[in-house]
Design a binder for this molecule. Structure first.
Ligand code: ASP
Length: 608
């Protein structure tokens, strides 16, 4: 015998009934979504995971069902028996899959009463997120949430199918472990059996997956939960899910091909969209130069233009000053439509200042009496005709376009203009919402200059990816003597300006790994204490290997068209890391703390 499709209590799902089912006797069960009493005839919308169907308690069909239906309240769980019939002409509902039919009840049985729901179970719910998360079990009944969870489940099964097709083994790695540095703080789990010692929850399975390669697994994947204790800026979760992947005896091309197949299959299977593959590739340097970001949104053009050569001899003081200091002048052309108004321009200047820039300059391209276009700009009087012509040519700017300029240290200026590019395009509605533009970003710097909390350089270096990433082949000998020039063999997948996945070819040589640690200021003794197991592993016969880890939450969020990853996670935390449903985190019992060798510090005084 096999399991029944809808459970032994039911013959059908509410949402599956169609015209073809007219005349069929059905048993349904689900939640009362709405109830309308039309003087003697009661209409119910019955909801289950498959959708909604109208149930009619009609005295002409069965007298006692009307009374039963009148007693029902929203979100009660009921079982309904009856026959499917066609709705009367004029009563059909085209927006509903089941809109042609209704179920004429012969019996209604209450399985569970329910309290009045804290908010209506509707897609366009206005309830605040705290309330929704407190009663997540109710929130999850909203069709949109049900759809998101179904999408997630389907995506996971596509992922497994693709990985299995290519011989990847699903292997689970520990959650109670040693710290794995991915740039965040660790969550610690104090040990009772070894008081005053702690496990760390993995920031990623990075070290284990590498050791699986040493262990001859060759191709590994895991739908892995990762834990990072970060200040929860933006849309982050302290625990999140990655598809963690590692392969041996391959290189970047294997990873690229695998991921392109995977994303294409996800989009085809879940969204019915054909993604063009292979994805374009762009080096980190090119992305920064053209888009001022290592996460370029390629749904629209508006590329940055470097005017440093065009303006090499400029009289504009701020430009000349920046160029003399070795910086750049970078421009962004906002295509016509309506040229930006003075108010908008002032708004963007303030926007730039709020980001620490000295300001922005601007020029609107105007028709120079039908001859050569001119630039209407507060700077115009300082620019020669040749410079204006050079700017217009370099920016490919036409009449009606607005050109925005910033000057300063090259990297910072590009980053500023890259952010401005997205903000202006967004504000002007220039970003198509129905496009999927994937791109590989390759050859990032191996290290970034370390900054302190105030953003000031400390003179030290931190890995751009993580410390297990292999240097570019040309930099193996020099990354520690000329760190600013070295690129690494890391890569990212960016979709519509969002980073979806990061990975790299790894260091498989223990000596090179030691050199990286040393360069990062990790002494041999410290490296031994923290990563001795990895270094020993690497010394025991390590195949060249590499991998990647696409973020699942974010991928599903984009696929579902949601704005927050919290809408695609069943039980997410709030922005402040709390779970209003369970009230986690919660104070610990002193005795339990004592068992693990801990005692709480006095609460910091509020006035401090
Ligand atoms: N462990 C990396 C991360 O979690 C991904 C990778 O390098 O495969 O970002």
């Amino acid at each position: 015998m096999s399991i029944t499709p809808y459970g032994a209590m039911r013959t059908h799902g509410a949402g599956v009934l169609r015209r073809d089912d007219v005349g069929t006797d059905v048993r349904l069960a689900g939640w009362v979504a709405t109830r309308r009493d039309h003087g003697g005839v009661v209409f119910l919308d019955l909801r289950d995971r498959s959708g909604v169907v109208q149930v009619v308690a009609d005295p002409d069909v069965a007298a006692d069902v009307v009374e039963a239906a009148q007693r029902l309240r929203d979100e009660w769980v009921v079982r309904v028996e009856g026959a499917v019939r066609l709705r009367p002409e004029g009563m059909r509902n085209e927006r509903l899959g089941t809109g042609d039919v209704e179920v004429a009840a012969t019996r209604i049985e209450v399985l569970s009463a329910a309290r009045t729901p804290p908010f209506p179970v509707e897609d366009d719910v206005e309830a605040g997120e705290d309330l929704r998360l407190t009663h997540r079990y109710v929130d999850l009944r909203r069709p949109r949430m049900a759809r998101n969870l179904a999408l997630r489940s389907r995506a996971l099964s596509v992922i497994r199918r693709v990985m299995e097709r290519h011989g990847f083994l699903e292997v689970e790695t520990p959650q109670l472990t040693r710290p794995t540095p991915e740039g965040a703080r660790d969550f610690l789990v104090p040990s009772r059996i070894r008081p005053r010692e702690s496990y760390a929850l993995p920031q990623s399975p990075q070290l284990f997956k590498q050791l699986l390669m040493v262990g001859g697994v060759e191709r590994y994947y895991q739908i892995a939960r990762c834990f990072r204790d970060e200040d929860l800026r933006a849309d982050r979760q302290p625990e999140f899910t990655q598809l963690d992947v590692e392969l041996s005896f391959g290189d970047e091309e294997d990873v690229y091909a695998l991921m392109e197949e995977l994303y294409a299959e996800l989009w085809r299977d879940c969204l019915d969209v054909e993604l063009p593959t292979p994805f374009p590739r762009m080096t980190f340097a090119e992305a920064m130069r053209r888009f001022g970001s290592d996460k370029p949104d390629l749904r629209f053009a508006m590329e940055l233009v470097d005017l440093s050569d065009t303006l090499a001899g400029t009289d504009v003081g701020v430009f000349a000053g920046a160029l003399a200091d070795g910086g750049s002048v970078v421009a962004l052309t906002v295509p016509a439509g309506e040229p930006l108004t003075r108010r908008e321009l002032d708004g963007w200047v303030d926007w730039a200042k709020a980001r620490g820039a000295g300001g922005l300059a601007w020029g609107v391209v105007e028709d120079g009496d039908g001859a050569t276009p001119t630039l209407r700009s507060p700077l115009a009087k300082f620019l020669t005709d040749d410079e204006v012509a050079g700017i217009l040519a370099a920016c490919d700017a036409a009449v009606g376009d607005t050109v925005l300029f910033a000057a300063g240290p090259t990297d910072a200026t590009r980053t500023l203009m890259g952010a401005l590019r997205v903000a202006v395009a967004d504000a002007r509605g220039l970003i198509p919402t129905d496009a999927w533009r994937f791109v590989w970003i390759t050859e990032p710097p191996m290290f970034d200059a370390e900054v302190d909390r105030a953003g000031r350089p400390t003179g030290g270096w931190v890995p751009n990816h993580h410390p297990f990433t292999a240097p570019g082949e040309a930099f193996v000998d020099t990354f520690d003597t000329d760190p600013g020039s070295a690129t690494s063999r890391a890569y990212d997948i960016v979709l519509n300006g969002v980073e979806l996945a990061s990975g790299s070819i790894r260091i498989h040589d223990a000596d090179v790994q030691r050199r990286v640690f040393r360069f990062l200021g990790i002494s041999d003794a410290e490296a031994e204490a923290k990563f001795g197991f990895l270094l020993r592993g690497l010394a025991h016969g390590t195949p060249p290997h590499g991998g990647i880890a696409p973020g699942i939450d974010r991928t599903i969020m984009l696929m579902a068209g949601e704005d927050s990853i919290r809408d695609v996670i069943a039980f997410p935390k709030t922005q402040s890391g709390a779970c209003p449903l369970t009230d986690a985190p919660a104070p610990s019992d002193e005795a339990a703390l004592a068992e693990v060798g801990l005692r709480l510090l006095p609460e910091p005084s509020r006035s401090a």
